[in-house]
Design a protein around this ligand. Structure first.
Ligand SMILES: Nc1ncnc2c1ncn2[C@@H]1O[C@H](COP(=O)(O)OP(=O)(O)O)[C@@H](O)[C@H]1O
Ligand SMILES: [Mg+2]
Length: 249
């Protein structure tokens, strides 16, 4: 695991007696773009929460940026967009203000925003196609748009590690392309590690370094080409992906 940005070593976890994460081991390096896929209920969101220190494993160890995730002092280095998370319903802040908070950890809250901060916010807003709504209060946005605000906030922070839990469910193809461009930029230009949970891998199929298939345990971990060689196409038949995953393992 040395040099890895995110790692699980023989991690086991259950809610009560129900085992949800079953002896899972894998690691992700800087500059690696990995997708985590699996049927609904296969433990993906739980595994992410374990890796980020929001849950504690029953057995095994997790490492995040080479430390215990619960002891990570500089949270600004990690971006996390949880599944179906919306903002507080009475939050008075505008879209732009929420995205700009992604810069705080990086520049320090006491220092005013500089042109680099403003450019990062502009770019993040464009990457989720929300620049036209930048002055609107976030509470006036739909749930899907609020999710995109949180993605933009994570992009603006230029994290070393970005973890996204089904961020683009129901997003149109054109927006998915913008989203893909930003992820690839983060990985290739900033050598960030990205772990993406999604059933819709069509937009990123050609960019992924790894696909990890989980059904409470890891049933596949390798380059997408090895997965496609077994008969699945992440690009063309992406609607079939969840069904195909049911049959694996
Ligand atoms: N907070 C919780 N308490 C009890 N059971 C849970 C909780 N969260 C998830 N589960 C159960 O754990 C299993 C895995 O859930 P989850 O990690 O959300 O899977 P996925 O993200 O792959 O859909 C499911 O059976 C789910 O019902
Ligand atoms: Mg989930």
């Amino acid at each position: 695991m040395p040099g890895s940005v995110l790692a699980a070593d023989d991690v086991t976890f259950g809610y009560g007696s129900e085992l949800v994460v079953d002896h899972v081991s894998f690691s992700i390096r800087a500059g690696e773009f990995a997708a985590l896929v699996g049927p609904n209920g296969s433990g993906k969101s739980t595994l992410l929460r374990l890796l980020l220190g929001l849950l504690c494993p029953d057995a095994g160890t997790v490492r995040c940026l080479e430390s215990d995730p619960r002891r990570l002092t500089d949270r600004g280095r990690v971006g996390y967009v949880p599944q179906r998370h919306t903002l507080a319903p009475d939050l008075p802040a505008t879209v732009e203000e929420v995205v700009a908070t992604g810069r705080l950890a990086r520049r320090g809250w006491w220092r005013p925003a500089n042109p680099t901060d403003r450019a990062a916010v502009d770019h993040a807003l464009e990457s989720v196609a929300l620049d036209h709504l930048r002055s609107r209060p976030v509470r006036e946005l739909s749930g899907g748009q609020q999710q995109r605000v949180l993605i933009a906030k994570a992009f603006a922070s230029e994290p070393e590690l970005l973890v996204l839990d089904e961020p683009i469910a129901g997003v149109d193809i054109e927006s998915q392309q913008l989203f893909r461009d930003s992820l690839v930029h983060l990985v290739r230009e900033h050598a960030a590690a990205v772990l993406l949970v999604s059933h819709e891998l069509g937009a990123v199929a050609d960019d992924l370094d790894r696909v990890i298939v989980m059904k409470r345990r890891i049933v596949f971990d390798g380059p997408p080409a090895d997965l496609t060689a077994t008969g699945v196409s992440l690009g063309v038949h992406r609607d079939d992906l969840p069904l195909w995953l049911e049959g694996l393992g």
